[in-house]
Write a protein that binds this ligand. Structure first.
Ligand code: HEM
Length: 495
């Protein structure tokens, strides 16, 4: 009897303590932010363009970590490096999921893409292993002939029609990644595979557009049948799902057909489908390979295009930087040959130019959203389970405590004058994302961009009548990726 009283007492104590813990955590506030409307949250306050600038302004008022609600979804934006590293890097075990878009992931059947896959799904680990191996420094070196050949093609095109530089850069980015992923050579114009990949990314963008689909915020709506009045989203999703299913199989099937005919080219997909070990991929393994390769175009095309367009425009208004970088390249290669991938480790100044391009004009100003899978606390704030967590990369890159005079384009930030000089933080630690979602293509991206930058500077003079920019002079495009908005420039061949 006495024992049962003690057991009863202890159980009650444990229960009381659990309730205390639960409610004391609840009383910890979420990070501050703008006032929400009861139903829509702050949907009305988030501008369609350049949301990172609004978040930066809000953070001046509320502090480096802000939060707000979009319908029933809590969004936390981290505007400083400390919070970003503490949460997205150090606590990556539970900050590496993706927010679920019920419209795209479920109704359109895209939950398995490299970008969307949940970090708790074993496929995520498998994709990352394949991508890390397939884009490693060693693998990147094996693609050197391909990169050099595409550089020669780009130089020819720029010679023929320099005013079309953006079209040429876009084509070059697509051509490189299609060859790497599938061993496929892009046709001259209007290529089927490129059109296919662009269409898929367009549909994904529409299906994920913030605030557009109520089903993303009220997932029970996904059970409403398509014939029900007002269920237009179900009908739209059915159309997109069919389209996306068709699109994602096209290039993989092409590689399979090439292999069957014995005319396949060495690439990411064939290296995995017929590895040197001779082991044949199972049906499940082949499905993983197909989706991993499918992530390459989506990861590479827009990002490298954006960085290179910003680079060209910045060179046009910074002739001094252009001259110094060119002198470094010329010293190594001379004027008669194009640069090789093997030259890249010697391009110290050019490498600082690339870092400064990535800092000055962040390619992905908000990186990609993460989701936290358990409730957490940081800096006296509660981060609720399933909150969307974003890093404001733009804010970090323009933080004057890290980068003095942040609106000045100055690659020498990253060049030590004498040994032991402390340099400003390497922007690559932020531009390529965080934790278990860090960009697996960062090394490949850097190599291919440095080669193209060197080739362009060696063969062309870039100029503009626009004066060297003062504070806040350049405008940026808005989207998941961003680049400097084009202005009039001249690209002239160096004879
Ligand atoms: C300037 C060039 C590039 C930049 C700035 C960039 C940046 C990023 C960023 C910010 C992310 C999201 C990371 C996160 O969620 O924390 C990402 C993811 C990714 N990137 Fe890149 N990227 C670039 C080039 C490339 C290239 C060339 C490839 C492939 C060859 C690639 C493949 C990927 C893939 C597959 C992911 C998805 C990773 C995942 O969700 O697990 N990227 N990249």
């Amino acid at each position: 009897m006495a024992l049962s009283h003690i057991t009863y007492g202890l159980t009650s104590l444990v229960l009381l303590f659990a309730v205390y813990l639960k409610y004391s955590r609840r009383s910890t506030p979420v990070p501050p932010g703008p006032r929400s409307w009861r139903i829509g949250g702050v949907t009305h306050l988030i501008p369609k363009k350049h949301p990172w600038l609004s978040y930066a302004r809000w953070s001046e008022r509320f502090g480096p970590i802000i939060s707000f609600r979009v319908y029933n979804q809590t969004v936390v934006v981290l505007n400083d490096t400390k919070a970003v590293h503490e949460l997205l890097d150090k606590r990556q075990a539970f900050y590496s999921d993706r927010p679920r878009s019920w419209m795209l992931h479920d109704l359109c059947g895209r939950a398995n893409t490299v970008f969307n896959i949940s970090a708790t799904n074993d496929r995520h680990r498998k994709y990352r292993t394949l991508l890390r191996g397939g884009l490693s420094p060693q693998a990147t070196l094996s693609y050197a002939p391909l990169l050099e050949c595409e550089l020669a093609d780009l130089v020819t095109r720029l010679n023929d029609s320099p005013a079309l530089y953006r079209e040429h850069i876009r084509r070059n980015a697509a051509a490189i990644i299609m060859r790497v992923a599938y061993g496929y050579t892009v046709a001259k114009d209007n290529d089927l595979f490129v059109r296919t990949a662009e269409e898929a990314s367009q549909i994904s963008g529409l299906a994920m557009a913030p605030g557009r689909w109520l089903v993303n915020y009220f997932p029970l709506l996904r059970f409403v049948p398509g014939w029900f009045p007002g269920a237009g989203f179900q009908r739209q999703a059915a159309i997109w799902r069919k389209e996306l299913d068709k699109l994602s199989g096209v290039p993989h099937q092409w590689v399979r057909d090439q292999m069957a005919a014995g005319i396949d080219n060495d690439c990411f997909t064939t290296r995995l489908l017929k590895p040197s070990s001779g082991k044949v991929a199972s049906v499940d393994e082949e499905d993983i390979i197909k989706w991993a390769a499918g992530g390459l175009y989506a990861g590479a095309a827009d990002t490298t295009f954006s960085a290179l367009v910003s680079f060209i425009l910045l060179m046009a208004v910074h002739p001094d930087v252009q001259d110094r970088a060119r002198a470094e390249i010329l010293e190594l290669t001379g004027a008669d040959r194009l640069p090789f991938v093997s030259d890249i480790p010697q391009f110290h100044y050019l490498s600082a130019v690339l870092k400064e391009v990535l800092r000055f004009a962040p390619v992905a100003p908000l990186a990609l959203p993460h989701q936290v899978t358990q409730e957490d606390e940081y800096g006296g704030y509660r981060i609720p389970k399933n909150a969307t967590v974003m890093a404001n990369v733009w804010s970090i890159m323009h933080d004057e405590t890290l980068y003095p005079d942040p609106y000045t384009f100055d690659p020498s930030r990253f060049i030590p004058v004498k040994s032991g000089d402390s340099l400003q933080p390497d922007p690559r630690g932020y531009s390529f994302g965080f934790g278990r979602r860090t960009c697996p293509g960062s090394h490949f991206a850097e190599t291919s961009m440095l080669l193209i930058m060197a080739g362009i500077l060696l063969k062309f003079d870039i100029s503009s009548s626009r004066p060297r920019p003062a504070i806040h002079p350049l405008e940026f495009t808005s989207g998941i990726t961003s680049h400097i908005k084009p202005f009039d420039i001249n690209i002239v061949s160096r004879k």
